[in-house]
Design a binder for this molecule. Structure first.
Ligand SMILES: *Cc1c(COP(=O)(O)O)cnc(C)c1O
Length: 459
């Protein structure tokens, strides 16, 4: 019997909607019994088929006890974002339509949506309008692409074709990055064959931003070695942004490729209130940014952006692997910008999120998150907590009493379920880390959560 697709998909969409409409009323994390959850999904695979409607029923029943309210308004762990209504609906359509976004030939619609969203994005973020945007899985992939394109360029500059000859025997490349860089930079260095030993760490200041005089010293000491400088907009602990306006021209003087990891912090550029934090951003060569964090697009979606579109395409595409970084490609398909060839049409959700918000709405999302982070800091301070960072963006680092108690407090907060916060180690101290990046979070959510954190600390 043919499945009733409309009923099946409607049922799935309704379950997703139900989860979200009730997410604020449930404990943020259910802490299910892992054995029960494994059992609900487990057992031997039966031999015969199962009716699709029954499969969906089974999945809903098995998964529901283990669903976390990451999409809800009081999840402040990691930098998790949310998923806006239109972006989520667009993502449902992307599944229903099942388009492969490799090229115009595969899906004219997916390609047109990505190209339109890409143009909006570069304008919103103040990047060169000619920059190329690859729709990748997240900032890990985006950083890897940025470093791959940089590798191509800096080695071509010294007459080495890494696409053809690889790294064996190549002149050594230095990756200069702050000691507060995100771990995805190290993984990219491993995956790209540089190895983590090629990373030259630069000391950072009190807020975790690169110390520019130290950067100058590090570049000087490299004596003209091919270099990729990896800067950061949005430290995962403090939210601090490197001084891009000072650091990028300095790196360029040394002939370096400059990549900016702005997984969430790049969105500061979208608001007049926070844009000064990332002044000089547009001077870089490549940028990595997530859509699934602060833009509130469903997982998984990041953007690998490159000022030199031709070099981006010639480095990443398969057809042009013989090109040596001449930037000769003027016409590329979307699959030339990403490590994947066949992939989900991620552009529909990004397009929808931007359409839903408008440019003022994106700025407002950034501003509101920052204001709510400030509010959290103030409420906690009023309750006797200590804030360990300048709350310039959406990140707050907190201790209440002796930082040695931090993990116990976090555990109580998480088990209580009013909100969810994680922990971090910052400058040797165990701290509570609060990240505000969900568009549905309200002042009341912040107040409720601050009270819950203070109450847990008082227990
Ligand atoms: C989250 C984050 C990453 C990694 O992003 P994914 O989307 O998880 O791949 C990289 N850098 C920074 C600064 C981040 O916050």
């Amino acid at each position: 019997m043919e499945p009733d697709l409309e009923h099946l998909f409607t049922r799935a969409a309704a379950e997703g909607a139900r989860h979200r409409m009730t997410v604020a009323d449930r404990p943020v994390h259910p802490y299910p019994d892992p054995a029960a959850l494994a059992q609900a999904f487990g057992g031997p695979l039966q031999e015969g088929p199962t009716d699709p409607a029954e499969v969906v029923d089974e999945l809903v029943a098995a998964a529901t006890p283990g669903l976390v309210g990451t999409v809800g308004p009081r999840y402040f762990g990691f930098v998790i974002g949310g998923a806006s209504p239109a972006a989520t609906a667009a993502d449902l359509l992307a599944s229903g339509w099942d388009q492969c976004a490799y090229s115009e030939a595969l899906s004219p619609a997916a390609a047109a949506a990505e190209r339109a969203a890409a143009a909006w994005l570069t304008r919103l973020l103040g990047l060169p309008t000619t920059a190329s945007v690859g729709f990748v899985t997240g900032a890990q992939a985006a950083n890897t692409v940025g470093l791959a394109v940089g590798r191509q360029r800096v080695l071509a500059d010294v007459g080495w074709d890494v696409a053809r000859d690889g790294l064996f025997g190549a002149p050594p490349v230095a990756i200069v990055a702050g000691d507060e860089r995100h771990a995805t930079i190290d993984r990219a260095a491993r995956l790209l064959g540089f190895g983590t030993a090629s990373i030259v760490p630069v000391a950072t200041g009190a807020q975790g931003a690169v110390d520019v005089p130290r950067l100058a010293e590090a570049l000087e000491a490299l004596g003209g070695r091919p270099t990729i400088v990896c800067l950061q907009a949005g430290n995962v602990n403090t939210g601090a942004c490197d001084d891009l306006l000072a650091a990028i021209p300095l790196a360029r003087e040394h002939g370096a490729w400059v990549h900016v990891d702005g997984a969430f912090g790049l969105w500061a550029a979208a608001s007049p209130r926070t844009a000064h934090l990332v002044d000089g951003l547009e001077l870089a060569d490549s940028w990595g940014v997530d859509a699934h964090k602060w833009l509130n697009v469903p997982y998984d979606c990041g953007l690998a952006i490159c000022a030199d579109a031709g070099l981006h395409a010639s480095t990443m595409s398969y057809a042009a692997a013989y090109l040596t970084g001449s930037g000769a490609v003027s016409d590329f398909v979307l699959g030339d910008l990403t490590p994947e060839s066949s992939r989900r049409a991620r552009g529909f959700a990004v397009w929808a999120a931007l359409r839903e918000l408008g440019s003022a709405g994106v700025a407002d999302l950034v501003d509101r998150s920052c204001a709510l982070a400030q509010r959290m800091a103030q409420r906690l301070t009023a309750g006797g907590a200590t804030i360990h960072n300048d709350v310039v963006l959406n990140q707050v680092l907190v201790s209440i009493g002796d930082p040695a108690r931090t993990d116990a407090i976090i555990e109580r907060v998480q088990r209580q379920g009013v909100c969810w916060v994680g922990g971090t180690t910052w400058r040797g101290l165990r701290l509570i880390r609060v990240s505000v990046s969900n568009s549905t979070t309200t002042e009341a959510d912040i107040d409720l959560s601050a009270d819950a954190i203070l109450a847990a600390a008082a227990e």
